[in-house]
Design a protein around this ligand. Structure first.
Ligand code: ADP
Ligand code: MG
Length: 679
């Protein structure tokens, strides 16, 4: 019997009821339990005094403090109770906040000292710690690292730690899914030892070696699987386009950047190669990706096949349609638009044209992947701003054809190693050069008491027939969060600039948004108050001023996208970040942003300070392993894991040797959804 496959109900203290609670966390076997890693450690050796929490906003810290009193929870609304209690140490007192915890009265006693572990966050004008984990503090116990596990209802930190404690001593110490030769070479801690150390760390060094090994292992399996996947995914090119043609490019009255030339030739080569193209095109905002996509489309269109271009928003789809339709018409090709806001009759006509082949290029949104959209001969799929789509959505469009070429474009430049994880199955091209003559966008950071002066600046822009964006994080006024909403902001601006001001946000219908964007582009509207619906790809060359309210709420890459909406014409352009955040880390991020316009630098900084969430974009969690892995990866480790995967596969391309048997079964399990990769 495989130890790791044992049902957790064999553990003392786990019966049917507890097992159900564990199952909610996906824990059914010993392996599940042992790989349910702590999300953090309470480090009793490094605690923060209450007087110093101001220096730790947005950080997880441990406070050793006495509980003042434990009031009964207070009901805020249906299904939500809150309990605020005071704690104190020798340096001061503060409030901590718990939501939906009816048992606090049994768990905390007034006058006793506890170690609280949680994140320091602002609440109104003070600071609080919300729903911390805690345990009674005992001065006589040596300070240690105590694991903090992700929980589900019905489980406590104690119950998980106890269950883990039961089986840690039983782990067969000779078992290791990584082949011995690899472990030796890389100096990795053995599996059993790593599991023990990660759940019961004796010291920092053992813990960090254990985490290193376990992280490495995940990356390694993942990259190994991707390499296998990439090999299998190569399909014969059914739409070879051999003699490339420059007619599409010639329709433009500017010369290509060297980067565009290079990428265009990479893509043309792909289209003529024996296998289908599967390429990611990364390029900073404004680097001219659309033209490159147009050239690729043209090569395929010339060979009498169809092309689909999918964008994440209707605004962007419409913009692409407006660009492509007249150009391809000159080349004798017909473009149709398919978005959900079309009337039923228009949709029917578009679908008929797509099916009959009358439509050569189809530009659209998610509407393209609906049932009932059938192509006659789809040979190239382009997804723009592809980080906004999930893997499944991209796949759905590809499935509309018989092994079409794929070109995915992204304006969020991500470091190479990151791309390797997220798009390991793709080849990657980079547009690392902007067309000449682009203005550097002057960027400033101000506090909200500066707004009055900004109005004068806005007025100047309006008088010069320029356009202004004013971006806010939320749609409706939300009292709790104190963020200025689009609506409230628009009211303020309207009182100043009247009808020159309009609003755009995600809750408006596509038709409404479209109408607003059109009047903005035409200049009937000068100031557009917006949520991040305008983040993606919008091109209004007359826009010269981008104001971003509560800028600290946005990720750097998102700010970079927003800033990229201005400076698209010849006029001097500006970006103003408004932020009243008192957090040092937020201030640092904002200041960094004002210091550079290099998208790659910004992405790298974002990754370092906020983790990869923003870079990964709309991928839903659980949709693919990349998401999880990217959350906690170390870039050097990725490179190493990639090399290790290459090394193993070179030795044993199908992982059939005995020392790789454990590997193969793990990789197969992880890539289960990709089904056919090993067939
Ligand atoms: P992005 O990469 O952000 O999608 P676009 O494709 O929208 O960028 O291009 C931004 C602008 O730059 C467009 O107005 C486009 O016509 C223009 N452009 C593209 N390539 C060049 C070039 N080589 N020289 C000058 N302008 C260019
Ligand atoms: Mg674009």
């Amino acid at each position: 019997m495989d130890f790791f496959a044992t049902d957790i109900q064999n553990i003392r203290g786990i019966g049917a009821v507890k097992a159900k609670a564990f199952a909610k966390l996906g824990i059914r076997t010993y392996r599940d339990l042992l790989t349910h890693f702590p999300r953090a450690y309470i480090d009793h050796r490094h605690t923060v005094a209450i007087a110093d929490i101001i220096d730790h906003i947005d950080e997880y810290v441990t406070l050793i403090a006495v509980v003042g009193s434990v009031p009964a929870p207070h009901r805020i609304r249906k299904g939500l109770t809150i309990c605020r209690l005071h704690i104190y140490d020798e340096t001061g007192r503060m409030q901590i906040t718990f939501f939906n915890n009816p048992y606090l009265k049994n768990m905390l006693r007034a006058g006793e000292t506890y170690a609280f572990y949680g994140k320091i966050s602002p609440m109104g004008t003070t600071l609080t710690m919300t729903s911390p984990t805690f345990e009674p503090y005992r001065a006589d116990r040596p300070p240690t690292l105590r694991p903090v596990y992700p929980l589900s209802s019905g489980l406590t930190q104690k119950s998980i730690a106890a269950a883990v404690g039961e089986i840690l001593p039983l782990i067969p110490s000779d078992h290791d899914p990584l082949p011995e030769y690899l472990r030796q070479r890389l100096g990795l801690m053995p599996y059993a030892e790593a599991l023990r150390a990660v759940h019961r760390p004796q010291d920092d060094e053992a813990l960090s070696r254990a985490r290193y090994r376990l992280n490495f292992e995940e990356l390694f399996y993942y990259l190994l699987g991707l390499s296998l996947l990439k090999k299998r995914a190569r399909k014969p090119n059914r739409y070879p386009a051999r003699n490339s043609d420059g007619s599409f490019v010639k329709l433009h009255n500017f010369t290509l950047t060297n980067a565009q030339k290079k990428v265009i030739s990479e893509i043309r080569n792909d289209l003529a190669a024996p296998h289908t193209m599967n390429r990611l095109l990364q390029g900073d905002v404004g680097s001219g990706k659309t033209l490159v996509a147009g050239d690729a489309a043209w090569q395929v269109l010339r060979a009498e096949h169809q092309v689909a271009i999918m964008a994440p928003t209707e605004i962007l789809a419409a913009q692409h349609f407006d660009y492509f339709a007249p150009l391809f018409e000159k080349l004798g090709k017909k473009t149709v638009l398919l978005v959900s806001s079309l009337s039923a009759a228009e949709k029917r006509a578009a679908k008929a044209a797509i099916q009959s082949g009358e439509a050569d290029i189809v530009v659209g949104t998610h509407a393209l992947i609906q049932k009932g959209v059938d192509f006659k001969d789809l040979a190239l799929v382009v997804t723009d701003e592809q980080h906004r789509f999930g893997v499944l959505q991209r796949g759905a469009l590809t499935d509309k054809g018989a092994a079409p070429h794929v070109l995915a474009m992204s304006a969020t430049p991500i470091p190479r190693t990151m791309a390797l994880i997220l798009y390991g199955e793709m080849d990657i091209s980079v547009l690392d050069e902007l067309p000449p003559g682009r203005q550097k966008i002057e960027t400033y950071l101000v506090t909200s008491d500066y707004e009055e002066r900004l109005y004068a600046f806005i007025e100047k822009q309006i008088n010069a027939s320029h356009r202004v964006y004013w971006v806010c994080p939320l749609v409706e006024q939300d009292e709790e969060s104190e963020l200025t909403s689009v609506e409230a902001q628009a009211d303020t601006l309207k009182s100043r600039f009247g009808d020159a001001v309009a609003v755009i946000h995600g809750k408006m219908s596509a038709k409404e948004k479209d109408a607003v964007m059109t009047s903005f582009a035409r200049g009937e509207i000068s100031v557009l108050v917006a949520t991040t619906v305008i983040e993606v790809g919008i091109n209004v060359p007359a826009a010269t001023l981008m104001i971003i309210k509560d800028a600290d709420r946005f990720g750097l890459s998102q700010l970079h996208q927003l800033r990229g909406r201005v400076g698209r014409g010849g006029d001097r352009s500006y970006c103003v970040l408004i932020s009243d955040s008192r957090s040092d880390s937020a201030k640092k991020r904002m200041r960094f942003f004002t210091s550079t316009t290099d998208g790659f630098k910004i992405a790298a900084e974002d990754l370092a300070t906020r983790g990869p969430g923003d870079l990964i974009g709309a991928r839903q969690s659980g949709e693919d392993a990349a998401h999880l892995i990217a959350q906690r990866c170390d870039m050097r480790q990725v490179e190493l894991a990639q090399r290790a995967a290459g090394y193993v596969l070179e030795k044993d391309p199908s992982l059939s040797r005995p020392e790789h048997r454990a590997l193969l079964s793990i990789v197969m399990e992880k890539f289960e959804q990709s089904g056919d990769i090993f067939s």
